[in-house]
Design a protein around this ligand. Structure first.
Ligand code: LLP
Length: 421
């Protein structure tokens, strides 16, 4: 459920007309709804209601905007970060270090030092060499790093290949079969305090069965590790729950169904559970607002050329992702159209032959469910400045990332002496 609704024939976000934002800020622009963020945090938390003190660490990569993070911080969420940059953003937005977990296969010594300096809650290690490096870094600072190993359970998440992470051929985690050896080696590293187990098998999962299979393996591993004398106190079950993108498809499992499954599978685990939801918190809380530049005749259907492009919203060209495209002020007719951006690649296509509201040059359209992995994956390809972002709360709204002037993009480069006259 979100808070983008039609009122008197025009789309509003909470109490603010989308057209008012477009007129004031220009397009394309990402628009986020505080009420939707708040609702999703509540739904996720309620779904885990019977667990004791779970740590819900928002996956910052899904939406690292400071205002979004500050909203989530006020709601009590922690953060799952995968770089020094994300760590600093989370802290700057008010997320306490003792609610931060650091994931990722390529943490550098510098990033480890930064995280140790801030005193984060847990490092999720992804290899034995990483464990050795972290131990050395921690020792050099006179500290012990709290760690879990991320297990690769060799489970097929059944999602898009580019966002599946839990198969043995994927780069993530340590092999399940070798886990006991890896933990034994970690115990001997004096800079580490081995406290947990972690797993994350992929994103946009539309079936709970692979998650349950992975969690069941984690449960068996926790028991084996405790038998082997490891003091395992945390289990991080990652993120991955899908959200509805296409209203014509069956809805993914609800957070409540996910929570029921988690409670059932983990009921005997003597650990604190941790979660790293990203998309399910922010996905439906954002839309990309864009204006139609012109409509051009196509072989089968008209091309609706909008002022947003693949650099603003990469998901359709990268994963063939489907985003609902709605007119902000629908005229009442629908027809098939191809929705494309102005970038000079055929991949800059949002939809082909899509049955959608008929729109004309100058009309506004909204790409729905763009709050997760939208602005955060934007780039400046074709020298298009980064997309601005707006946060709405009730009848208030604010620009939370301004559109940089093109001059800033140009000034970012420098011309070496030998080229300057
Ligand atoms: N934890 C870890 C270790 C992750 O790698 C991820 C996402 C999450 C949590 C959050 O997963 P979520 O709850 O959002 O599914 N750019 C892609 C998605 C990439 C996900 C990467 N990892 C997309 O646009 O679909």
């Amino acid at each position: 459920m979100d808070h983008f609704d039609y009122v008197d024939g025009a789309m509003q976000v909470e109490q603010v007309p989308m057209a008012a934002i477009a007129d004031a800020v220009g397009t394309p622009v990402y628009v986020y709804s505080t009420a939707t963020l708040t609702r999703h945090v509540g739904v996720f938390r309620d779904a885990l209601g019977s667990l004791h003190n779970p740590l819900i660490a928002f996956a910052v990569k899904a939406n690292p905007n400071a205002a979004v993070l500050a909203t989530l911080a006020k709601l009590g969420l922690g953060a799952d970060v995968v770089s020094g940059g994300e760590l600093l953003r989370a802290i700057a937005a008010g997320i306490p270090a003792d609610r931060i977990v650091f994931s990722g296969v390529g943490k550098t010594a510098e990033e480890m030092r930064l995280a140790l300096d801030h005193g984060i809650f847990q490092f999720n290690l992804e290899s034995e060499p990483e464990a050795e490096m972290l131990s050395q870094v921690a020792l050099s600072m006179g500290k012990r790093a709290p760690v879990a190993y991320r297990i690769n359970p060799d489970v097929d998440a059944g999602t898009h290949a580019k966002i599946s992470t839990g198969k043995s051929e994927n780069k993530f985690g340590i092999p399940y079969a070798r886990a006991l050896e890896s933990y034994a080696a970690a115990r001997d590293l004096p800079g580490l305090d081995v406290q947990g187990v972690a797993v994350h098998i992929g994103s946009q999962l539309t079936d709970l069965a692979p998650l349950e299979a992975a969690f069941t393996k984690v449960g068996a591993l926790i028991a084996a590790l405790r038998d082997a004398g490891h003091d395992i106190r945390t289990a991080d079950l990652g993120g991955g729950l899908g959200v509805p993108y296409n209203p014509a498809l069956p809805e993914p499992p609800s957070p409540a169904a996910y929570g029921d499954m988690v409670c059932r599978v983990t009921q005997d685990w003597p650990v604190r559970l941790m979660f790293e939801p990203g998309r399910v918190i922010v996905g439906n809380a954002g839309a990309l607002l864009s204006r139609v530049v012109r409509v051009k005749q196509g072989a089968k259907a008209p091309f609706v050329i909008v002022d947003a492009a693949m650099n603003d919203l990469l998901r359709p060209s990268l994963y063939d992702a489907w985003h609902d495209i709605r007119a902000v002020t629908p005229a009442g007719q629908r027809a098939a159209a191809n929705v494309v951006g102005p970038v000079c690649e055929t991949g800059d296509t949002f939809a082909m032959g899509r049955d959608m509201d008929v729109v004309a040059a100058g009309d506004l359209v909204a790409f729905m469910t763009a709050g997760a992995y939208g602005a955060t994956m934007a780039g400046t390809y074709n020298s298009r400045p980064l997309t601005p972002e707006v946060l709405v709360s009730g009848d208030k709204w604010a620009v939370v990332r301004a559109r940089p002037p093109i001059e800033a993009l140009i000034a970012g480069d420098s011309i070496p002496d030998w080229l300057a006259d």
